[in-house]
Design a protein around this ligand. Structure first.
Ligand code: FES
Length: 233
């Protein structure tokens, strides 16, 4: 099967985007976008669709098993983990672009530092021993699977880089921490949650069903709000 992969490329010095297409052939039905990109890069001479010599495609990946979130990119307009995107699930022509909500570093590489900075602002760590109650244990476990890949932020109409609204990764991880704290200990985090998570969320739930780890973002939001805003146990 032959595919045409059209890739968004980036000239760093000029900060200029352009698109370049490559032919890619495979008989492997399990071929993923990430393995296709790696194979293109592994050629001694990389030729684009016009038979012009090109350069290696810059992208990030680490685990290749949907565990690290590094390979999040936009494939045919939908943000996905490239190691979870099988070529056979697309038409022969596939467009691959970087996440658009973050500053661009290279072809398919973006700077996701803001995700970690936002978590620092929220002080998302435990200073006392965990006091998790049973009914929240499952929620807490699921929240721990967040990859910080940024896919939910890519589709969120309320998140942008300078925004006071930190988006779903912060909601998920705050909810996780709140499940482990006493009502009394939740005060500071609840205040930050109110400012950076509750206030800015338009409840569009554009992030629903987008998480590669299948975290139910609506459930996280409801529970985060219950614990932080409505002060339930
Ligand atoms: S490479 Fe780790 S999630 Fe895709």
């Amino acid at each position: 099967m032959q595919y045409i992969l059209t890739i968004s490329r980036y000239k760093r010095e000029e900060k200029k985007e352009y698109y370049e297409s490559f032919k890619f052939e495979t008989e492997n039905v399990n071929e993923t976008v990430i393995s296709a990109l790696k194979k293109i890069n592994s050629q001694e001479i990389i030729l684009n669709i016009n038979n012009e010599v090109s350069t290696k495609i810059e992208f990030e990946c680490a685990c290749i098993q949907k565990k690290c979130g590094a390979c999040a990119m936009v494939i045919n307009g939908i943000p996905k983990l490239a190691c979870d995107a099988k070529l056979k699930d697309y038409d022969k022509s596939i467009k691959i672009e970087p996440l658009r909500k973050f500053n661009r570093i290279a072809d398919l590489i973006v700077d996701r530092t803001i995700l970690y900075e936002n978590l620092k602002t929220l002080k998302l760590w435990l200073e006392k021993d965990s006091n998790i109650i049973d009914k929240r244990r499952e929620l807490n476990y699921k929240a721990s699977e967040c990859l910080l890949c940024g896919i939910c932020l890519e589709v969120c109409p309320n998140f942008y880089l300078e925004s006071n609204f930190f988006g779903m990764p912060s909601i998920i991880l705050t909810t996780r921490l709140l499940t482990e704290l006493d009502k009394e200990d939740r005060k500071i985090i609840s205040k930050l949650y109110s400012k950076h998570c509750f206030a800015g969320c338009g409840k569009s739930l554009a992030c629903k069903n987008r998480c590669p780890k299948k975290i139910e973002t609506d459930k996280m939001l409801v529970n985060g709000n219950l614990l932080a805003i409505w002060k339930r146990k």
